[in-house]
Design a protein around this ligand. Structure first.
Ligand SMILES: Nc1nc2c(ncn2[C@@H]2O[C@H](COP(=O)(O)OP(=O)(O)OP(=O)(O)O)[C@@H](O)[C@H]2O)c(=O)[nH]1
Ligand SMILES: [Zn+2]
Length: 373
């Protein structure tokens, strides 16, 4: 008799990126809860509720615990791509918990007391798109790369609209390569189809992607060309952006090849988060040189035995890249200390508002203590 080997039945959420680490995160939340919880993935989030894939899409309110946490720290509110634990409550669904995150894309809060904003979570790869006919803008690429690395996702770069660069294409690609050492680079055109099969190959089933780039860089056209349909609105259709990211806009898209794309609102201003490590990993060519400086605390200015300066003098390292590294590091340090100040202020506010039973006991006992005197 022939025995047929059947595939292990996959989890219903596999198509949405479900994997063993998400399963472990769900299990620990589920075991600690008194409710019957089911896992889901957020495809759109608003202030008080989310659209959650179970895998069928349901609207779900945020539970009081989730709302309370988000009031204290808005980065804890569910966001697009988050894995969540939900439960039934009468006819409605409630998001009970946001599972531990991996791979986030965070917009730095720039005002003194403003919070960071998590634009997407559960992100494996970020495709940074730079249009071939407009630059490239090296500083912007370095910022995007630092931002992605800080959030823990893997950056991949696409030089888009390749056919528009004409003879300049090799030069553009070389410039992009020079600021993204060790990063996968794809040269693509949504219009001619150049480079699309190779990129599509990289978009593995179940992996989650975000496309990052300035408005008009060709992100939506690229997704549509790979999907072979109109998955995302492009410049021609959209006209203006109003209403694009309204409450009903689904931001979790499934490509026919099985990858997941999170369509996040455009990132206009790119502040590097308070993390110098993300910056340093982006400038690995410079930090590799810095390790060879004679002094460990070398500032790479005029110290003797500075390997970084020597590389600049010998034309191996572009002075402007060194200056941009210094500028981004300083900015990351400033943003870190700003974050620290905000955290301290929050802790104090929390302490002042907290219901402190110990204090109540003290207050009620005081008169008795006075009597005895
Ligand atoms: N020639 C050429 N034009 C392209 C290509 N890809 C996109 N475009 C055009 O560039 C314009 C912007 O493309 P979109 O795909 O809407 O750009 P986007 O990055 O999604 O823009 P936002 O959604 O505003 O962030 C559109 O007019 C596209 O037709 C390409 O490969 N070649
Ligand atoms: Zn040095």
């Amino acid at each position: 008799m022939n025995t047929r080997v059947t595939d292990t039945p996959s989890h219903p959420l596999t198509a949405l990126g479900w994997n063993s680490s998400v399963a472990a995160a769900f299990d620990s939340v589920s075991h600690a809860s008194e409710h019957l919880l089911v896992p889901g993935r957020v495809s759109a989030a608003r202030r008080g509720g989310s659209v959650v894939n179970l895998p069928e899409e349901v609207p779900a309110d945020h539970s009081p615990a989730v709302l309370k946490a988000a009031r204290r720290d808005p980065t804890l509110a569910p966001c697009t791509g988050d894995w969540v634990a939900v439960r039934r409550s009468g006819d409605a669904w409630l998001v009970e918990a946001v599972l531990e995150r991996s791979g986030t894309l965070v917009r730095q809060g720039i005002a003194k007391d403003s919070h960071d904003q998590v634009l997407a979570a559960g992100v494996d790869h970020v495709l940074i798109c730079e249009a071939a006919d407009q630059g490239p803008n090296m500083g912007r690429l370095e910022r995007f790369l630092s931002l992605v690395r800080t959030g823990g996702a893997t950056p991949v770069v696409a030089v888009t609209k390749a056919e528009l660069a004409g003879d300049r294409l090799p030069e553009v690609v070389e410039l992009v390569r020079s600021v993204s050492p060790g990063v996968d680079l794809h040269v693509v055109s949504a219009h001619t189809g150049e480079g699309l099969p190779e990129l599509a190959e990289r978009l593995r089933p179940g992996s989650t992607w975000v496309l990052l780039g300035t408005s008009g860089a060709g992100k939506s056209s690229l997704v549509n060309a790979i999907a072979g349909g109109d998955l995302m609105d492009t410049g021609e259709v959209r006209g203006d952006k109003r209403g694009r990211h309204t409450t009903t806009h689904r931001q979790l898209l499934l490509l026919p090849g099985g990858a997941i794309v999170l369509d996040i609102p455009g990132v206009r201003r790119i502040d590097v988060p308070g993390d110098t490590e993300g910056v340093d990993r982006t400038f690995s060519d410079v930090t590799d040189l810095a390790e060879r400086c004679r002094f460990r605390d070398c500032a790479h200015e005029s110290e003797p035995g500075c390997a970084v300066r020597a590389a600049v003098d010998e034309g191996e390292l572009d002075l402007r890249r060194l200056e941009r590294w210094n500028r981004l590091r300083r900015e990351a340090e400033r943003n870190r200390s700003r974050g620290d100040v905000r955290l301290r202020a929050e802790r104090i506010r929390h302490w002042k508002n907290a219901d402190r039973p110990g204090l109540r006991v003290l207050r009620t006992r005081r008169p008795a203590w006075r009597c005895r005197r």
